[in-house]
Write a protein that binds this ligand. Structure first.
Ligand code: ATP
Ligand code: MG
Length: 606
């Protein structure tokens, strides 16, 4: 599976391919984008019109002619002085039209850019929620955030804006070049030739742009992760006085980002001054040569003024063409990155003819299961275990021995390397994943509560539960007393990650969530470990209710909590070493369970 950090954006220069991929999103805003691009044309042309009208105006002012004549494609036009006098008024009008057009264009580009970006984000979010546990294991939150949130923005808003600027610049360029050619083709060739030389370096820096853009993304991802960790781990940071090192980490990242930005500026920043310099040479040549053209009568003063104005105005679109080309390249890098995400495929998905799981009648069977998180490092080694329906099985063993791993295989957080896991005799890989997960309630050690009320958190187990079911669940999970003391009762907001509740209260909300789901398989992974004896007794009562008539896997370090299990499976370093009832295992002279049990009691554990 792709580590987001190791992005290569191999497709960043395959423009046709990327545009094709973007097409469904472009299609959403096609009408308005085309209107936008169409409006960019007159907007671009307007500068040329102003420069163009300078010629008859200047000639009139300088020569005082009643009539101005000029030829265009073999036709002779006469302009009356009256109309020429109107030119200043026309310029103001043009500026007004230009202003209105600019406003409409900006509105349209914001509208289309945001629409497109939102559509991309919605689809990317669906992609994100469809990803496997493994994806979340190997990628950091910051990187996920920047890849799934900033890239779509750059990909769509920049695409629209750069295309708009590109069209604008092209037409501005074309109009001004037309005015240049119209006034003097000889001078024009010099001017355009020089401009052409000035923008060529743009082509050579696209690879640098890609690399810097990818590296910047990784650093900004690291920075966001740093923010998230500062938030989630703030108590540890405070307790261990880690503020300094956390600050230093952030400063280093900021410096790294600075260096990256500056490395691009170093490569790109010289382009604009060089262009300006080259252009100034062009203008110098033109002025010199233009002088002789006027003296020899080949060019009028008005025509020269119009020419020089166009040439000066031409600098803007030329520069912005250069800029749009570099921007377009970073846009394509972002588009390539976005579609790299769409190409991510969850490894765990339904088979074509996946069966629905509707009961757990004949139990659960792990048979010769091998599993590894990292290649060549097996965590479960030939693990076999049969669990009857409605049996409660306890998993005990050394820390890191693989207990949590065993139970995380059941809802297919991960798929096994070899062997099989069967429910009702059916390999879970042949079962419909949604129906499989509907049959399992999971209570973790560190239960995640979502921002919202206690009620909303419980109803996640069964969104369509009735008020009676809810009330019953709250009673069974021994939450009623606590909820009764809250001013807003069950509608109390628990804060991000359930921060406003105690560990035991959080656990009981999680148990209520599992209870209301009423799934036939229940998994309790250290569900009571955070509690003292008294609260554990309360939570245990809640758990007893949850476990009634269910097939239960219970993991607990405190062996006293698993006394009541039907059987106990002892895992050591990924292998099943003992299996039996408490009494059977405790009577084995050199048994692992006996050893663990006696250790706990001799240490005073309960
Ligand atoms: N997401 C993961 N990625 C890589 N390795 C993992 C992952 N989760 C667990 N491991 C490794 O797998 C092994 C088994 O871990 P597991 O969580 O199943 O142990 P456990 O028996 O539940 O331990 P504990 O009693 O401490 O909870 C450990 O060596 C652990 O480092
Ligand atoms: Mg564990």
């Amino acid at each position: 599976m792709l580590k987001l950090k190791d992005t290569k954006t191999r497709d960043a220069f395959r423009y046709g391919y990327l545009l094709n991929k973007m097409y469904p999103y472009i299609k959403l805003v096609l009408g308005r984008s085309l209107l936008l691009f169409a409006l960019a044309i007159p907007l671009g042309l307007l500068d040329g019109v102003v420069a163009f009208s300078l010629r008859p105006y200047m000639d009139f002012v300088v020569n005082g002619n009643e009539y101005q004549t000029f030829e265009l494609w073999g036709y002779t036009f006469k302009l009356q002085a009256f109309f020429i006098k109107l030119i200043p008024v026309a310029i103001v009008l043009f500026a007004l039209v230009q202003g209105v057009l600019k406003y409409i264009c900006n509105y349209l580009s914001d509208w289309t850019g945001n629409k497109m970006s939102n559509a991309l984000k919605v689809d990317l979010f669906k992609k994100l929620t469809s990803m496997d546990t493994k994806f979340y294991d190997i990628n950091s939150s910051g990187l996920v955030l920047s890849r799934f949130f900033s890239d779509p923005d750059t990909a769509s808003k920049n695409l629209i804006n750069t295309l708009k600027s590109f069209i604008l610049a092209v037409f501005e360029f074309v109009a001004l070049v037309f005015v240049l050619l119209f006034n003097s083709w000889k001078l024009a060739l010099i001017g355009i030739g020089v401009m052409g030389i000035a923008i060529t370096p743009v082509i050579f820096i696209k690879k640098k742009i890609k690399n810097v853009s990818n590296a910047t993304m990784v650093v900004s991802g690291d920075m966001t992760t740093n923010f998230n960790e500062t938030f989630a781990g703030n108590k540890i940071i405070t307790a261990y006085n880690l503020q300094q090192s956390q600050n230093r980490k952030f400063e280093n990242q900021i410096h790294e980002q600075f260096d990256l930005t500056m490395s691009l500026t170093k490569r790109v920043g010289w382009m604009s001054p060089i262009m300006y310099f080259v252009c100034s040479i062009g203008i110098a040549i033109v002025m010199n040569y233009g002088n002789s053209l006027i003296l020899s009568g080949e060019m009028t003063a008005g025509s020269f003024a119009s020419f020089v104005t166009s040439l000066l105005l031409l600098y803007k679109p030329t520069k912005s063409l250069g800029l749009t080309l570099t921007n377009l390249q970073s846009t394509f890098v972002s588009i390539a990155r976005v579609f790299e995400l769409f190409d991510l495929m969850p490894e765990i998905k339904n088979k074509p003819n996946a069966k629905k799981l509707d009961c757990v009648g004949s139990g659960i069977e792990f048979s010769h299961v091998w599993f590894e998180y990292e290649e060549e490092q097996p965590v479960l080694k030939n693990f076999s275990l049969q669990v009857a329906a409605n049996e409660t099985i306890a998993l005990v063993g050394n820390s890191g021995g693989g207990k949590s791993t065993v139970v995380s295989l059941l809802p297919r957080f991960y798929d096994i390397t070899s062997g099989s896991v069967k429910i009702n005799g059916e390999d879970i890989r042949n079962l419909d994943i949604v129906s499989l997960r509907n049959n399992i309630s999971f209570v973790f050690q560190d239960n995640y509560l979502f921002t919202g009320s206690i009620k909303e958190n419980i109803l996640m187990g069964k969104p369509d539960a009735t008020e009676e079911e809810l009330a019953e669940t709250i009673k069974l999970s021994h939450l009623d007393e606590f909820v009764g003391t809250l001013p807003d009762g069950i509608n109390t907001i628990v804060g991000e990650r359930g921060a406003s509740l105690s560990g035991g209260q959080r656990q009981r909300v999680a148990i209520a969530r599992a209870l209301i789901k009423n799934a036939p398989i229940v998994i309790l992974d250290e569900a009571t470990s955070a509690l003292d004896n008294e609260s554990e007794a309360i939570v245990q009562k809640a758990l007893d209710n949850l476990m009634r008539n269910k097939t239960v896997f219970v993991i607990a370090h405190r062996l006293s909590t698993i006394h009541n299990a039907d059987r106990i499976a002892v895992l050591n370093e990924g292998e099943l070493v003992e299996l039996g009832t408490h009494d059977e295992l405790i009577s084995k002279p050199d048994g692992r369970y006996k050893y663990l049990y006696e250790m706990q009691f001799s240490l005073g554990g309960v």
